[in-house]
Design a binder for this molecule. Structure first.
Ligand code: 173
Length: 317
């Protein structure tokens, strides 16, 4: 055999071998709608680390990053269009493609139960139809939202206050008389600093991540709802995975969703941290929480007369 023929054959064999290797490892693009390495991105980052460890040679996630790479309210569309494969996001950020997603905050049962009672399948049908997406894991649950303020209140009447919101808090705060302004989390600090808002809605955890404690004087109790942050995957991306690749993803998803129960420990830690930071607690009656649920369900049903009442039967206690 001539040496040039041998060289040509070698090239063919090596190229074919590389082709197989490339086909075996799939690389997914991952994005988070919360700042990297902050509380609400952490579960996703743990998930990615596990996938990349367990999936060596077969599946890897390329972590693009957070809001610097993509504004939070655009993540739903990016996932729907396959611009990203996998996303860490909450339903309140994706209402532009799936209004019903914000209803996750109203679950009063554990996800394991909602996966059994038909509620999960019902929602997955909506995610499939409207976002081309599948929910892999809800890693944040058991994590109430609160109203944080720079000035005190003495009752549930929020008239005269200008509050930073997302869809999570809109119906409730408006029903209590507040003026609302929607911003991404990344704009909260500046809005507080400039006095553009008198307070903001946010869960019990995470106000230290972006320095908001420096501008926060009061937290209003009781909290209300249960924050939802989930890992979603584009439907076409999931469909092209082979069984081994799928197993890596599904195992990591089940592993991180099981850890949502531990969020209650983080709640307690941040309550103590807020106290130490001098944030005073304004305690209102239990009807503050009742009103929150009433306003939100009314909003969900108004927004989606077809699906809202069904979701209520699955999610409510
Ligand atoms: O306040 C928000 O930005 C918001 O809607 C949210 C939802 C889930 C977790 C944290 C924040």
């Amino acid at each position: 055999m001539g040496s040039s023929l041998l060289a040509a054959l070698t090239t063919v064999v090596v190229t074919a071998w590389q082709g197989i290797a490339v086909a075996q490892e799939i690389k997914l693009k991952g994005i988070t709608s919360f700042t990297e390495k902050t509380f609400y991105s952490r579960g996703f980052e743990k998930f990615i680390d596990k996938v990349n460890a367990d999936g060596k040679g077969i599946i890897q996630i390329n972590y693009i990053g957070g809001p610097k790479a993509m504004p939070p309210f655009e993540v739903g569309n990016a996932l729907k269009n396959g611009v990203v494969d996998i996303a860490n996001v909450t339903g309140a950020f994706t209402t532009n493609v799936l209004p019903e997603g914000d209803a996750w905050k109203l679950t009063e049962k554990p996800m394991a139960e909602i996966r059994k009672n038909g509620g999960f399948a019902y929602m997955m049908n909506l995610y499939d139809q409207k976002m081309n997406a599948v929910m892999l894991a809800r890693h944040i649950d058991n994590n109430p939202f609160h109203l944080y303020l720079t000035k005190p209140i003495t009752s549930a009447d929020l008239t005269g206050l200008k509050l930073r919101i997302t869809p999570v808090y809109r119906d409730f705060f408006q029903a209590q008389g507040a003026t609302v302004v929607q911003t991404a989390p990344g704009e909260v600090y500046t809005a507080l600093e400039r006095g553009v808002v008198d307070g903001y809605g946010w869960p019990i955890t995470g106000i230290f991540d972006l320095g908001w404690h420096e501008k926060t004087k009061y937290r209003v109790d009781p909290g209300f709802y249960s924050a939802e942050v989930s890992i979603l995957i584009n439907r076409a991306t999931l469909a092209k995975l082979n069984d081994a690749q799928k197993k890596v993803i599904m195992d990591a998803a089940a592993w991180i969703e099981a850890q949502a129960a531990d969020v209650v420990n983080e709640n307690e830690a941040d309550i103590a941290k807020q106290k130490a930071a001098g944030i005073q607690v304004i305690t209102l009656g239990a009807d503050f929480r009742t009103k929150a649920y009433e306003a939100a369900w009314a909003g969900v049903v108004k927004q989606s007369p077809e699906h809202g009442p069904k979701l209520k039967t699955f999610f409510q206690k």
